[in-house]
Write a protein that binds this ligand. Structure first.
Ligand code: EPZ
Length: 430
């Protein structure tokens, strides 16, 4: 199988262009099911989660054509059965979005329980609560969630806590429901605003996306459009931390600086210089700089994003003193800590809190990606460490980072993708 091999210790320098946002793209691709006409999406990231979404649409009967780099044509009129293929759906969390879009169009959906990064339980009770509020019923059999209704009627949706996925699914169910839907305690992430902009460009009537109250007046038709996905806030933040951890000087291009505010603020507290421009940020650290210990608690947007927690924790392993990282969003998002310890990090974890004692340096080692953002943290650690790091299970990383190895090499980083024969298979075959 392929692994990443990184020779660390070199400051990253130069420019990197950020791709389209994974968590916006997976929602908007699913939303094409609600379009009554063909549409074209631009700035679609070439990552495996998107490839799976496209495969699911094709298997359901949609026409999906790659029209050039990062541009995809969709005509979902060919979908006649609201049934999502089991194996494809269970590999990612975003498959839950097919519940909302198929319910919105067909008033029925059969979708396998979603999979995705192992960050804890990750139930979908709030998604189902939203559908119920608009007139749908649900049941589960053999791992497949079935939702159905005679009709979708606008209603009041109040989430017990902030949830990105359930907010998105509530929007999907409300877009063509009869009447007014009000979503309270809504998530405010940039990808929710991007989804609302996409749907409104097609003729939907969604107001308040990006605030904690979203109001949707149902419409009967959505016309076809061409739409460009926003840049990826988390990919951008990941390269910002890469630049900082290697004490480099990197211009991160094709970003929306406002989406990066909490990340920029935290990096500045750690002693990293961040300059903001219209559509880029420059991150630089002097070779003799000492990172300052900092505490961080992950919060829903606009707080510090949980999807940046493993990356920032990796930087903090090199800070002077003790840093405290609290991840209140997921109950099991520190699985990467054991891998960082192999590289010399001094971290202890107690439930949702990691206590990080800064060490002078990290040393390269064979490690594995335990999930998408944990894998990104391994890349950062490998680039900052002395010596060689080999990262296994890189499929996790390639779910959400387009061409990460070539982007790192373009910044002067020594990172290649290399095939390693499967020693277990060899042992069996002798
Ligand atoms: C989305 O996951 C993202 N995934 C995650 O990004 C991100 O970490 C998360 O939002 C928070 O920002 C996609 O957009 C595809 P939630 P989601 O619903 O929707 C609990 C990445 O690295 N919960 O906001 O699943 C849940 O278990 C990925 O790109 C319920 O209990 O996140 C979690 O503890 C990882 N019941 C918390 O709420 C529900 O019905 C927040 O989950 C829904 C959620």
């Amino acid at each position: 199988m392929d692994k990443y091999v990184i020779e660390g210790g070199k400051p990253l320098k130069g420019e990197v262009v950020i791709s389209g946002a994974k968590n916006a793209a997976v929602a908007i691709v699913a939303a094409t099911i609600l379009c009554d006409e063909p549409c074209v999406l631009e700035n679609v990231p070439e990552i495996s989660d998107i490839s799976i979404c496209l495969k699911i649409l094709r298997e359901m009967g949609a026409t999906v054509q790659i029209k050039g780099k990062n541009t995809v044509f969709f005509d979902t009129s060919g979908i006649i059965n609201p049934v999502v293929p089991y194996d494809l759906a269970r590999s990612m969390r975003a498959s839950s979005y097919f519940l909302g879009t198929l319910l919105g169009r067909f008033h029925e959906a059969y979708v396998p329980m979603p999979g995705g990064c192992d960050l804890g339980d990750r139930p979908i009770d709030q998604h189902l609560k939203a559908f119920k509020s608009l007139g749908a019923s649900d049941d589960m059999h053999a791992g497949i969630v079935h939702v159905q209704c005679e009709e979708l009627y606008g209603g009041q949706v109040y989430f017990d806590f902030i949830t990105v996925g359930a907010t998105i699914n509530a929007i999907f169910a409300g877009v063509k429901a009869k009447g007014l839907t009000v979503i309270e305690n809504a998530a405010k992430e940039p990808h929710i605003v991007d989804l609302a902009n996409f749907l409104n460009s097609m003729g939907a009537d969604i107001r308040g996306a990006g605030t904690d109250v979203i109001k949707i007046r149902g419409v009967s038709r959505l016309k076809g459009i061409t739409y460009a996905i926003i840049p990826d806030q988390i990919e951008a933040g990941t390269y910002m931390v890469m630049a900082a951890a290697t004490k480099g000087d990197v211009l991160v291009k094709n970003v929306i600086p406002k989406h990066l505010e909490s990340i920029t603020a935290k990096l500045r507290k750690i002693g990293v210089t961040v300059e903001e421009f219209d559509e880029s940020v420059r991150v630089c650290v002097k070779p003799d700089a000492q990172f300052i210990k900092t505490s961080v608690k992950t919060m829903p947007h606009p707080g510090f994003p949980t999807d940046m927690q493993p990356q920032l924790s990796t930087l903090l392993t090199l800070a002077d003193g003790t840093s405290i990282v609290t991840d209140d969003i997921f109950e099991n998002r520190f699985r990467y800590v054991a891998e960082l310890r192999r590289m010399g990090a001094d971290i202890s974890v107690d439930g949702k809190v990691a206590i990080i004692q800064g060490v002078g340096k990290l040393t390269g080692a064979p490690v594995r990606a335990t999930d998408l953002r944990a894998g990104a943290a391994m890349v950062i650690a490998g680039l900052a460490a002395e010596g060689e790091t080999v990262i296994d299970d890189i499929f996790h990383i390639e779910r959400g980072y387009e061409n990460i190895d070539s982007k790192v090499r373009a910044l002067g980083g020594n990172m290649i993708r290399k095939y390693f024969p499967d020693i277990n298979a060899q042992a069996i075959t002798g």
